[in-house]
Design a binder for this molecule. Sequence first.
Ligand SMILES: Nc1ncnc2c1ncn2[C@@H]1O[C@H](COP(=O)(O)OP(=O)(O)OP(=O)(O)O)[C@@H](O)[C@H]1O
Ligand SMILES: [Mg+2]
Length: 348
Amino acid sequence: MDRGQFVLDNLTTAVLWFDASLRLRAANPSAEALLDSSARRLVGLQVDQVFLDSDYWLSILNWALKTRRPFTERELTLRRIAAGEVTVDCSVTPLSDGEEGLLVELAQVDHHRRISREELLMSQHETVQLLVRGLAHEIRNPLGGLRGAAQLLERELTDPSLKEYTDVIIGEADRLQSLLDRLLGPRTVPQKETVNVHEVAERVCKLVRAEAPEGVSFSCDYDPSIPDLQADADLLIQAILNIARNAVQAVGEEGEISLRTRVQRQMNIGHRHHRLAVRMDIIDNGPGIEQHMVEKIFYPMVSGRADGTGLGLSIAQSLIQQHGGLVQCSSRPGETVMSILLPLENTE
Ligand SMILES: Nc1ncnc2c1ncn2[C@@H]1O[C@H](COP(=O)(O)OP(=O)(O)OP(=O)(O)O)[C@@H](O)[C@H]1O
Ligand SMILES: [Mg+2]
């Protein structure tokens, strides 16, 4: 194999060569992967048979041929005939030496965008958690002082009717204390042991089934090939429970909630690469979460419910991050998917 061919075959950018009549002459392996078709099938096709949106492609390629000027477009949505949409950076270069035609290069960018979104989610969570922890610690000490002083005062009171007031102080201090405890989150280091994801999922299912109204149905779709992972089962249960409870609250009296597990290969969680990970989706058919809220629901004290403290998801996120994982959300009316990603082996 000549060196040029070797380089082309190993490029991650998809390279397509069209001749002057816009017929495909060659495609490298990355182009085959991107278009989900083989070079044998693709070569010889006209550009409008290679891509959907043929008007767009005909106009830019003809323009490049005519003007002999290169063309670049960032974050172009490429609609593929065989396989859905992807976002690509596209550049078109007119050829002149020997062969007339055009070189089209397509670099997939979805992947990069997803990584940076995940990194943002993780770092946002860390920042907020730090702030909240700092504040909670600052409140904790004077609160203890207030409660102690109220107890001392109570002992000194001779008029029993005044005890009502010290009771209020102590009661409210206790309420605030338990809020602080939840805000600070679990303080224990995860006690990792060998855990079967499906046993954990079943435990959660049992618990929420018992709490949910009769009209709410549950279904499970497990991937039996998922190997055991090293985790703290109690903490995982707590995290999944917080998410599943939200789903129950979202659907109200009637609805469907399903739990789905899948193995994910070669996946990035934040900036770490994992060869193997498990994804657990908790899906409900409730009203969904508005787009501007999806980014915020993992913050502590953000709640859309009148009686919610807004801590459930923030705690779930902390617990999953303690396991090197991440909780993500995607939502549209009628389908909310909360995905828990957990690495199945040591990070690379
Ligand atoms: N599956 C879902 N469908 C619709 N909205 C959801 C869903 N999950 C979460 N939410 C929204 O996100 C908000 C934050 O959830 P979170 O669990 O953090 O707090 P909460 O449920 O309000 O209170 P807490 O869990 O502390 O009792 C919820 O109030 C709700 O508005
Ligand atoms: Mg909740």
